[in-house]
Each structure stands twice: as C-alpha cells, then as structure tokens.
Design a protein around this ligand. Structure first.
Ligand code: SMG
Ligand code: MG
Length: 381
C-alpha cells in the first residue's frame, strides 16, 4: 500500500448523506430472505479541496448483519460524523478516520462508508488512483457471479447457463437446508465438473450439519462459505474437520484481528473480504495482509454495490493475495442502470479497474437525483 500519510490532507467541511432506491433486475434470494430492490446510503465527503463519494453496504433490513440503512444513517449523523468534524478543523488524512471512529463500537459499514468518501476525496485532491493507494498489482480481475436460491431447478439451470454464456468464470450458489445437495448435483450434471463452483450458506446451518455438508464433497466445490452463525468460529473449526471442501468465512470476519483468530482456530482456510464488513478499505487491506502472511488465500465479496462500491472493490480485488475469483460482477448483474457514467462491464470474463484519481468513477448526478429518496447535509459548525 502506498504511504497514504505522505499525501496532502484535506480540509473537511462536512458530509452529505443521500439515500437512493434502485430496483434489482431480478429478485435475489439468500437463506435470510428475498430482495427485489435496494435502498443505498451514499456518502459525499465535502472538502475545501473537492468532494469524494463512498457507498454504505448496509442492507434494507438487519438480516445479513445487524446494520441497516436507517441505523447506519443515524450513527453517522449522531456519533461518527461529529468525531470527524472536530471543532478545530484540523486537516484530515483518510488514514485518521478509523482511529477517530474507533471509540464507537461496531457499525463497521457506516464507518467504512465515511472512510471511503474521505479516501476518495483525498485521493482525488492528490491526483492519486485508489488502485495505486491500495497496491493493486493487475489491471483487471476475473469475475464471478453470485446466484440466488431458485424455487425450481429448471430455472436455476437457465439462470446459470445465462451467466456462463455471458462469460462469468466462476459461479457461487446460495444454499440453505433443503436447497443444497440436489441443486449442486444438477449443476454439476448439466454443466460438468470443470465449472468453478462454490456455495454460500449465509449462516443457515448448525454444528450438527457436518455430515450433511460433507455430502457436498463429491462435487469438487471450491469452498463452502459461512455455513454457521457468525459468532460460532469454533463450530466452523468442527465442520472443517468433517468436510474435505475448504471452509471460507464471510460474516465472521469483521476485522484483521478476527481473521487471525479464525485462522489460528482452524475455522477457515479461505477468507472472503468485504470492505464494508470490516470497517473500510484500509482495514480490508490489513485483512488481506494477515491472510497472506499465514498462507490463506482471499477473494473479494460483494454487497450488491453500485458502480462506486464496485470500482472500489475492483481496486481491492487486484491485490496479490486475491488469488480466488471474487463476486465483483458487472453492474448489469443487479442494475438496469448504474449511478456511474461508465458502468462496470464484463470483458471476456474479466472486469477492468478504474485508473482515474480516487475511485476513478464519474457519477451520473441527474440519474442519482431522480432516484433519491432523502438527502441530508451536515456541515462543520
Ligand atoms: O454483490 O454480487 C454481489 C452479491 C454477492 O452473494 C453476495 N453477497 O453473503 O456473500 C454474501 C452475499 C451478501 C449479499 S446480501 C446483502
Ligand atoms: Mg457470503
């Protein structure tokens, strides 16, 4: 990672919190629910040197984690932003943000979004791309797609066939008890053993399900993601001893410290990194680093981001230990129209990094205005 402290700091004036609403191109069903649309909390850092934008990955409801749009908005306004808009108006580095927000427990998605906006603003002001700042080593990354639970197997096969035709190089299937072994068997039977395939349970199983999950072993999956509840790290270690397929953690890994703990306890041999889940892109790089030092490969997760979050995820996914294909898909996987002028597209199974200053994306402000549900600006007093 570039030494961000050597960049010129910015003089932060305030933040705009803007909630937009976008329909999904098709419903997305996971073990915790079905989503038809998304409200997304966008954050604009307003600085003397210019603006920066970040995106909060909190969901509509507290189902993936305890965070959700209203709670993230509330904690930003009442607890986080006041800690960044200090009375003395001292210049701010993006690297200061996590430390200033540390006294507030959890709310990592909210913290991560504020840091992302400050980071974008500071990098733009310095003319430095996020890719350079994070330490990206490639200019494009292979693209995987996450496929929701389907009511019937025929439609699942059609959906996956469509994504493979589009060029996605890896399929991740959402599973839950009652929709796991059979859909995986049919996918293997239909598309063959060569298709890189993995499953994600979003905490839907229990410690008693080791023998059941071991039935997935014969399908040669890349990994099983987060079978048990997030706080059951030891349970994952128990499951990991019962299955041959590697166990990957998502929800459980909320920091670099949590990653070290899970790895040392034998709970996972692969880690899914999502910046929002760990409190920001700078902590995400730390997670990458501690995994790399311990020989644990990582991949970049997704949270149904718009082009802002997608461009940032791409920069992260280009770090050297991201040796497994991530969930950074094209904008059109979820959105009929993205909020950036140059949506992320699939090119021969890859997605290409943005190289302009900051996130490198240009926002479609007219479209954003047309899908805005609320907007609030907080300025330094
Ligand atoms: O952005 O492509 C994407 C979605 C990837 O499946 C995906 N994410 O648990 O990994 C995960 C899920 C969480 C999304 S539901 C909020
Ligand atoms: Mg997951």
């Amino acid at each position: 990672m570039t030494n961000l402290d050597q960049l010129q700091p910015i003089h932060l004036r305030g933040f705009e919190l803007r909630v937009i609403g976008l329909p999904l191109v098709r419903p997305f069903r996971t073990s915790f629910g079905t989503q038809n649309d998304r409200r997304i909390l966008l954050v604009r850092a307003i600085a003397d040197e210019g603006d920066g934008w970040g995106e909060c990955v909190s969901g509509d409801d507290p189902l993936y984690s305890s965070e959700y749009v209203e709670i993230s908005h509330h904690v930003m306004i009442h607890h986080l932003i006041p800690r960044l808009l200090t009375a003395d108006g001292a210049p701010l580095h993006a690297t200061d943000v996590a430390r200033l927000l540390e006294p507030v427990k959890e709310h990592r998605m909210a913290k991560g979004a504020l840091e992302a906006a400050v980071l974008d603003a500071q990098l733009r002001a310095n003319g430095v791309p996020l890719t350079t700042a994070l330490g990206s080593v490639v200019d494009r990354v292979p693209s995987g797609v996450s496929v929701g639970i389907h009511d019937d197997i025929d439609s699942l096969v059609r959906t996956i066939g469509g994504y493979l035709d589009e060029g996605y190089v890896r399929i991740k299937l959402k599973i839950e008890p009652g929709s796991d072994i059979e859909p995986v068997r049919v996918i293997r039977q239909t598309f063959g053993d060569a298709v890189p395939l993995q499953v994600d349970a979003n905490t839907a199983y229990t410690r008693d399900d080791g023998a059941h999950l071991a039935r997935l072993d014969r399908f040669g999956l890349l990994l099983i993601e987060q079978p048990l509840p997030e706080d059951d790290v030891t349970g994952h270690a128990i499951i990991a001893r019962q299955v041959v397929t590697p166990i990957c953690l998502d929800e459980s890994i909320v920091s670099a410290r949590a990653a070290v703990d899970a790895i040392e306890r034998g709970a996972c041999s692969i880690v899914n990194i999502k910046a929002g889940r760990v409190g920001g892109y700078l902590e995400a790089v730390e997670v990458h680093d501690v995994c790399r030092e311990r020989g644990i490969p990582v991949w970049c997760g997704g949270m149904l981001e718009t082009g802002i979050g997608r461009a940032m995820n791409l920069a992260l996914a280009a770090l050297p230990n991201f040796t497994l294909t991530g969930d950074v898909s094209a904008s059109e996987r979820f959105w009929a129209r993205d909020i950036v002028r140059d949506p992320i597209v699939l090119e021969h199974g890859h997605v290409v990094l943005r190289t302009g200053p900051g996130t490198g994306v240009e926002l479609d402000h007219d479209f954003i205005a047309s899908v805005t549900l609320s907007s609030e600006t907080v300025l330094r007093r």
